[in-house]
Design a protein around this ligand. Structure first.
Ligand code: TXA
Ligand code: MG
Length: 307
């Protein structure tokens, strides 16, 4: 399945495929996703099978507007309104109580559902044309790297898709920030390019940072986003020098940007390039610390985790 340039005709074909219960490769501003009609349990089950994903790991539902979000959730408390106003459309996912219309298959049996309103114009028009909320996990096999271009989608995944919409390289490059919103308490479950500081600034108060509940975040595996080359994090070798590197034992290095947004945008493609060299291990120079680097650290730690 070769990716199709996401023009109007291609998006229309994709919308029809969604309505028929098929799966579609969809660009978003974060990473490419496997889109399906979130109200069609057969399509949702097929998504889990194609990803090789454990069924206890719930999917994110993508909506075109707040009105559609209100059909997916049973409550939209004030903090959710504030965050939607500030960050939607964009790379923020909110976990909220689910409505009866959202199938248990999507939420892995939980009584909450993760919702986000993507900003990518192709994703938005696919949701609108199909007239359905779309479940969409990242378009990788379980534990593999999330694709940030249509070309990075692996043949095993592509095989199960009715078509892939090529919307160009993803602007953000890492998955959305996931927050849980429980009446008044907001907590970050997965760091992303929208940082905890930006979220607490928008709310005008600190976030909930207590110990996460045992099942608050299923699917938060210690190892994740993992290339098959062993990634070893090493200390910054040239403090104060702009630019960070991903280095291989023999074949030179990939220069990484020194700003967190640009670094995140480049990260998965760079790890994919390292992976393609078929090396046993590669070295990643540790980036700076600070809230704006949290999401990059999260992905690097997971990619380099042995467990
Ligand atoms: O940027 C993104 O979020 C991308 C694009 C395609 O939108 N999607 C994505 O989906 O990263 P996925 O399935 O790879 O990751 C979804 C994450 C998982 O870690 C899952 O545990 C969490 O969201 N999640 C989903 N529903 C949840 C729920 N009800 N409660 C807690 N966590 C939930
Ligand atoms: Mg994923």
């Amino acid at each position: 399945m070769r990716p199709l340039i996401a023009d109007e005709a291609a998006i229309q074909r994709a919308a029809e495929a969604i309505q028929e219960g098929l799966l579609v490769g969809m660009p978003t501003e974060t990473v490419y996703g496997i889109a399906a009609d979130a109200t069609n349990v057969h399509a949702v089950r097929a998504t889990f099978v194609l990803k090789g994903r454990p069924s206890e790991n719930p999917l994110i539902v993508h909506v075109a507007d707040v009105e559609q979000a209100l059909e997916v959730v049973s409550e939209f408390p004030d903090p959710a309104r504030v965050l939607a106003q500030r960050f939607w459309p964009g790379p923020l996912t909110m976990v909220l109580p689910k409505s009866a219309r959202t199938p248990d298959e999507v939420t892995a049996g939980l009584d909450t559902v993760a919702v986000r309103m993507p900003s990518h114009p192709v994703a938005r028009s696919l949701i609108q044309l199909s007239g359905r909320p779309l479940s969409a996990p990242s378009a990788n096999r379980f534990m593999a790297l999330s694709p940030t271009t249509a070309q990075m989608i692996s043949p095993e995944i592509a095989e199960g898709l009715a078509l892939i919409l090529d919307g160009g390289p993803c602007e953000v490059g890492i998955e959305s920030t996931v927050v849980s919103v429980e009446s008044d308490e907001v907590a970050v479950l997965r760091p992303g390019i929208i940082s905890a500081v930006q979220i607490s600034d928008a709310l005008g108060r600190p976030l909930h940072t207590g110990a996460p509940q045992p099942h608050a975040s299923p699917g938060m595996y210690r190892r994740h986003y993992a290339p098959s080359t062993r990634i070893v994090l090493v200390e910054r070798l040239l403090p104060g020098q702009p630019g960070l590197t991903l280095r291989t034992p023999s074949e030179g290095q990939i220069q990484m940007p020194d700003q967190p947004e640009a670094y995140a945008r480049r990260l998965y493609a760079a790890l994919g390039e390292l992976d393609a060299l078929g090396l046993r291990e590669a070295f990643v120079e540790a980036p700076p610390t600070g809230p704006e680097w949290d999401a990059v650290w999260d992905r690097l730690t997971k990619a380099s985790s042995e467990g």
